[in-house]
Design a protein around this ligand. Structure first.
Ligand code: NAD
Length: 482
């Protein structure tokens, strides 16, 4: 190829100028906990952790409160909820508000770190939950800000600092939240960089974080691929993976209530929560009534097998996985693309299928709900067990029969098992108990809390500090009989 010197010079100048611009845009993006490279982010986090180790438990709780207050500021809550839907194209604004609020209000703080003590003739031993150091957290597109809030509170309550590697599709909203939290923490006197991330999230950056020697522990909230990766990292890892939560409805259930709970749970944030109802197994004697009641609550029933097949093809990739452009979209949007006009109150797309149908076996993360008619509760429970694929994640039952409830809980062994409520009851939304958006079935922490981000350490004192008996070392022999 012939090229004259002048043209070559112009090309070089153009390339240099482009590089400068690129660098400028990265530099403009850094600051307030956002770093140009993963190495810089982790090093800043490690330096912050050394300082954070000198902060007391009252300081930690204060910083946790700062995170809660920052997120609960109505302007911030609205902005991060709105931005998430806009950037990821996933979920529904009103429900993101609920989820972010839940994470800020009900993720446990330092009160979770209970000390265990044993005292006796040999002295006193205490066992405390202590920091790991720098935690590397990988967050999903489906709950990007909720996971930053709940992992952030958990890590800091536990005395750690945390580096986030967000999903690239949720980059801007995650960076915005990290910045807001750092501003607020700095204003409250916290060491800089308790919560950090990178300006350009990518798979390469996630890999760099996993391998970085200063990262002591990993937490991955996402699908099976990333969970497997953190578990192969050689580091302590929390893996919070995929689910495919089944619902069983037997003949003893309060059917109108079950129908409403199922539609509420299935449509929540357009079905992207990993805990949301994904398929129903209904006992034949109540199945028609259940479907009719679900229709009254916003379930739109498809009956034409060809139309159902077109829906499968519309929403599913060749490899069987859901098409990204339909994940977290509303029932109305999906049906619109199918060419079906629906009333605006349609919240869930329902259809009767057999137990092996694609919509039953695949986690679609869309408000599509197959209903499978079965003979009796035993068959329903067995089908639910198969559909859950051994994820041991979440399952629901609507029943008043204690035997059925117990059998299902015993067979499926899920981390969350909800009886007679929508799925989100299980993460503290309208249900008892604290909230989390990192449900660690594969690695067994369950509903993660600050304890999950801690190392357990024992401190034993020989002889001293037990007060129930008199030690001969201090008091000599017992008094003689008078
Ligand atoms: P995803 O697995 O595609 O991505 C999750 C995170 O992992 C992202 O940050 C992504 O960038 C990263 N990642 C994925 N593959 C990677 C690779 N090869 N190398 C490096 N990084 C990689 O999941 P998603 O679509 O964002 O979220 C939905 C999935 O997560 C669903 O399966 C859902 O059930 C699950 N989920 C589980 C929980 C839980 O608590 N158990 C919570 C939320 C979501």
């Amino acid at each position: 190829m012939n090229i004259d010197v002048e043209s070559l010079q112009r090309l070089v100048e153009k390339a240099v100028s482009e590089l400068r611009e690129e660098k400028k845009s990265v530099q403009a993006a850094v600051g307030d906990g956002v770093f140009a490279t993963m190495d810089e982010a982790v090093k800043a986090s490690a330096a912050a952790q050394k300082k954070f180790a000198y902060c007391g438990m009252v300081d930690r709780e204060h910083f946790v409160q700062v995170i809660r207050d920052t997120v609960l500021d109505p302007k911030v809550l609205e902005e991060i909820s709105w931005d998430t839907v806009e950037e990821t194209g996933i979920g529904c604004y009103e429900h993101k508000l609920v989820k972010n609020r839940l994470a800020a209000e009900k993720t446990p703080g330092t009160e979770d770190l209970t000390t265990w003590a044993s005292s006796g003739d040999d002295g006193l031993t205490i066992t405390e939950y202590c920091p790991f150091g720098v935690i590397g957290a990988i967050t999903p597109t489906t709950n990007p800000t909720e996971t930053v809030i709940c992992n952030g509170i958990g890590a800091i309550a536990g005395g750690n600092t945390i580096v986030f590697s967000p999903h690239p599709r949720a980059k801007n909203v995650t960076l915005k939240l990290v910045r807001l939290l750092n501003h607020a923490l700095a204003a409250a006197g916290a060491p800089e960089n308790l919560i950090v991330t990178v300006a350009e999230p990518s798979i390469e950056n996630t890999n760099a974080m996993m391998k970085h020697p200063d990262v002591r522990m990993l937490v991955a909230t996402g699908g099976p691929g990333i969970v497997k990766m953190v578990l192969s990292s050689g580091k302590k890892a929390i893996g919070a993976g995929a689910g495919n939560p089944p619902v069983v409805v037997d003949e003893t259930a309060n059917i109108p209530k079950a129908a409403k709970d199922i539609i509420d749970g299935c449509s929540f944030d357009n079905n992207v929560p990993c805990i949301a109802e994904k398929e129903v197994f209904a006992v034949a004697s109540i199945c028609d009534r259940l479907i009719a009641c679900m229709q009254e609550c916003g379930g739109y029933l498809l009956t034409d097998p060809e139309e159902i097949q077109r829906l499968v093809e519309l929403t599913t990739k060749d490899n069987g996985a859901p098409k990204v452009e339909f994940v977290g979209k509303s029932a109305k949007y999906i049906l619109g693309k199918l060419g079906v006009e629906v009333p605006s109150d349609a919240r869930v797309i329902m259809m009767e299928t057999d137990r092996n149908h694609h919509f039953v076996t695949q986690e679609m993360l869309m408000p599509i709900l197959p209903v499978v008619r079965v003979k009796n509760a035993d068959e329903a429970i067995q089908c639910a067990f198969v559909a859950e694929h051994g994820n041991r994640h979440t399952a629901m039952i609507h029943s008043t029969n204690v035997v059925n409830m117990t059998k299902m809980a015993q067979l499926l062994e899920t981390t969350i098992f909800v009886k007679n409520g929508p799925s989100y009851t299980g993460i503290g939304a309208g249900g008892q108990g604290y909230a989390t958006f990192t449900i660690a079935g594969p690695t067994g922490e369950g509903l993660t809390s600050p304890k999950s981000f801690c190392r357990v350490r024992r401190c034993a004192m020989k002889e001293g500090f037990h007060i129930r008996t008199k030690s001969q070392a201090y008091f000599g022999n017992p008094p003689a009989d008078s």
